[in-house]
Write a protein that binds this ligand. Sequence first.
Ligand code: BG6
Length: 485
Amino acid sequence: IPVASFDCVVFGATGDLTTRKLLPALFYRFQDEQIPETSRIIGASRTEISAEEFRERARDAIKRFVPPQDIREGALDGFIAHLDYVHVDGAGEEGWSALAALLAERPDQVRPYYLATSPDLYGPICRNLAKHGLIGEKSRVVLEKPIGKDLTSARAINDAVGEVFPEHQIFRIDHYLGKETVQNLLALRFANTIFERLWTADVIDHVQITVAETVGVEGRAGYYDRSGALRDMLQNHLLQLLCLTAMESPLNLDANAVRDEKLKVLRALKPITANDVHQVTVRGQYGAGAVNGQPVEGYLKELDGPSRTETFVAMKVEVQSWRWAGVPFYLRTGKRMPQKLSEIVVQFRASPFSIFPEESFGREPNRLVIRLQPQEGMKLEVMTKDPGPGGMRLRPTNLDISFEETFKQRYPDAYERLLMDVVRGNATLFMRRDEVEAAWAWADGVLKAWADRPETPRPYPAGTWGPTAAIALIERDGRTWHEEL
Ligand code: BG6
């Protein structure tokens, strides 16, 4: 279904995010005829290039980041014809009147301003948009993460943007919320009766959330070293996954109804303090090793200097509420792990008593594994009898739904869904100001505890599941990280 006609202005138009994610996502939406013919995508940045050069760069980006078999005859030329470019200095004066003139050609369009720039520019760009009269009822501003590096800086950004845009026109992206399987978590929990009834501390033993990447810092060492895994991944993506897993049923799917429930979870996170930080968190940093059989350098070598920034973090987190009392959430995320894997594992309690003889191995608990990537799907591990006359021997087997095989269609990238939601004005899958700030308030506690009890991150060889202390973190509680059956 086509969305309303729009002029999307992308600030940071020559940057990495635009090249790798935004242009390919918009291309797919165009090719699927969701973007009306009268829409324009206007690149804006400080790079002095012509509109023609920008179109050529966009063409290269799409050829690079969209598999050739996905590009239909003529579609690329059609898409490129919708692109324009203005050289604009986000924080300065240059270029704004040219942008205003371009936008004035189509005054009735929906107007998303996508800020794919450094967060320091969010305030100045918004002030300039207001100063040049470019904000109206149909405007929206999209903020990429990171929104700040702690609570204070996040508030400053939110204040600056909030001075010119009302909250309902602000779309704070966490692209994990746009992943199909993450939305499927809502369907799983609230469109089925069987799971929600079991979704309590009485039945669930613990939850694990893993987001593992094989990549290193990929030329982003400058940003990454000031950030680290806690700020880059855990404060946003992993906490959002935790919220969707732990939240109560929202009244409906309206943006505020969903966000109210997520906010309650964030506010219920037990603070981590200097007293327990070393028991419940582990920081790691990768050294040289091999990923997928390829030798890779260690983080310090990539950075070319000393650093105590963590490229891996594992944590035991508690949600202080009736539903979750006593149910730990183990979170871990890291760069240079053995495989790219994001999953949520809900482990149920073991059966209280076994009628099967000891040697039947009968007491493995059930697990529900929600796989976000790769091979999106869900598995329920259940105990079954080993076939054959050998007696009553049991083993866990998967009830398995592979979304790929079931739906036999391409899984759209998160940005495709999210960009179209911005045009539609649907903020359900975006973060509200109070959510971002609640997540920072909690993460600040962890950062402060680490600063109060400084410790060098523990080394782990690239291509492994993090430092051994991360295994000890969960094994101390008599549990283990999930491994594929
Ligand atoms: C980004 C982080 O938000 O998410 C990156 O800044 C990370 O460091 C990326 O690589 C992971 O996203 P995905 O969709 O590839 O899992």
